[in-house]
Design a protein. Structure first.
Length: 156
């Protein structure tokens, strides 16, 4: 897909500029991801005791939290670096989790397999959305589709 660059001022005037549309849904899924991760922290602490929070292997969950924060913080702020940073952090999170759970052979559990497949599928959709969405491209990359240059500057 070809894109045409527009100025930051033109991007702000564009009807698709801003945090909205499907970006709300993507944001909601990422908030749920963070909630599930924190639920895992609570479940482990409740089952094994609070002292497990000091266990180095427990740091995996904190790493998951840290890797989801760039998107959760940068998206509403409309920070220009959000798309590439968020994609990199998301896939680092997935690859790290797969490395931790697959290499030791813990992928035998059906729940772990289902979660891994879900997060890989979601990652593909997340990545494609951040790369191809017209709203994301206008808001964060200041560009419009080459075949729609009329939308670059709305009529006055």
């Amino acid at each position: 897909m070809k894109w045409t660059a527009i100025t930051e001022d033109d991007a702000r005037l564009h009807p698709l500029h801003g945090f909205g549309g499907w970006l709300y849904g993507v944001y909601a899924v990422e908030v749920l991801t963070l909630a599930f991760t924190l639920e895992g922290v609570v479940r482990v602490a409740r089952h094994y005791g609070i002292e497990q929070l000091a266990n180095p292997s427990f740091g995996i969950m904190w790493l998951q939290v840290a890797l989801h924060l760039p998107f959760l913080l940068m998206a509403p702020m409309t920070a220009r670096a959000m798309p590439p940073v968020s994609i990199a952090c998301y896939w680092a999170s997935v690859l790290f989790s797969l490395g931790v759970f697959v290499v030791p052979g813990l992928l035998m559990d059906l729940e772990v397999i289902a979660r891994a497949l879900f997060w890989i599928a979601w990652g593909v959709m997340f990545t494609l959305y951040l790369l191809r969405s017209r709203r994301v491209n206008v808001t964060y990359r200041h560009r419009v589709r080459a075949d729609e240059p009329v939308l670059a500057v709305p009529p006055v």
